[in-house]
Design a protein around this ligand. Sequence first.
Ligand code: AMP
Length: 374
Amino acid sequence: MTFKELNISEPILKALANKNYKTPTPIQEQAIPIALDGRDLLGLAQTGTGKTAAFAIPIIQQLSLSQNKSRKREIAALVITPTRELAIQIDECFTDYAKHTGIRNTVIFGGVSQRPQVDQLNNGTDILIATPGRLLDLINQKVITLEHIRHFVLDEADRMLDMGFIHDIKRLLPLLPKQRQTLFFSATMPAAIDQLSKTILHKPVKVEVAPVSSVVDTIEQHLYFVEKPQKSDLLISLLAKEKNKSVLIFSRTKHGADKIARILTKKGVGCEAIHGNKSQGARQRALTNFKSGTTKVIVATDIAARGIDIANLELVINYDLPDVAETYVHRIGRTGRAGKHGTALTFCAPEERVMLKDIQKLTGKVLNTVATRA
Ligand code: AMP
């Protein structure tokens, strides 16, 4: 299957060729025809499956075909996503795919000054990508109206629930026109999300790819049994062998992330830590440096790392095991994206064996153990 066979228009095909996307991913293959048909969609897919393009492409295409040059630009499509990092990444995707179409997109999120965002909105936009809090603020201030929305995307619905955004979403829904297309994405379907989807979607088509328990087989996974006090030495010796790779290290706590970053810095390893106690600016700078390769190693907590999308991330290290087994799958899913090869190394201290058992149960795979003295 090719993008052309999915009836994608020339300007978008050109943008996809520029991105070097050769063939659609499974979620794209399934979701794009449904969305182009104007139907509602319930997409069960996690980050890393190519789901952003699966909703962005049909929206850009539908808007560009109905473009009326004489009309004032009004927000015709709205994408809601739980974190700033995801919002920025989705906005970048829209910018890339819409490059040759004349369709404009804008992103808004909290934690930074409103002014530049308001100025951009006043310049006119066709597509708005937003986190829920800032969106509601600007609606209340009458900077934004949702009355012209024709396409609505709810991204990462289960994380919205986790992060306490469900009430915000419920406040937004009555402000949307009834006549609209809704594309609803979630990695998992807890009862509350299932219920929410039923109130939002109209005769949806369900599309499901790679359930959360499955790890793509392009990711090589290794396990190190190590006493807690020896973890930092092991990390340093492993990093010494992987000098030019981009590495994402996961820590369970903010304090732990800072500590790991301090130890590495002392050993001369250039690295940065990102977590919720850092300012939005500092987090964004660290991510930009990591994406450009200026910083090779980043230490992150699970919340801060949500949705981090680095095209060439080769190595993920689980310095600590996560409390929830699904988090392991999310973590290592940051590497081995879109068919690329990736490696995930996991450190397990004796007190973490219980969590390891859960992970192996969920993924249905016993991790390959490497001798502790690396
Ligand atoms: P997502 O699940 O939307 O976060 O996308 C995961 C990654 O896959 C992103 O880095 C995209 O740029 C990349 N990607 C999406 N679609 C394709 C495709 N058809 N071919 C190659 N890479 C893709």
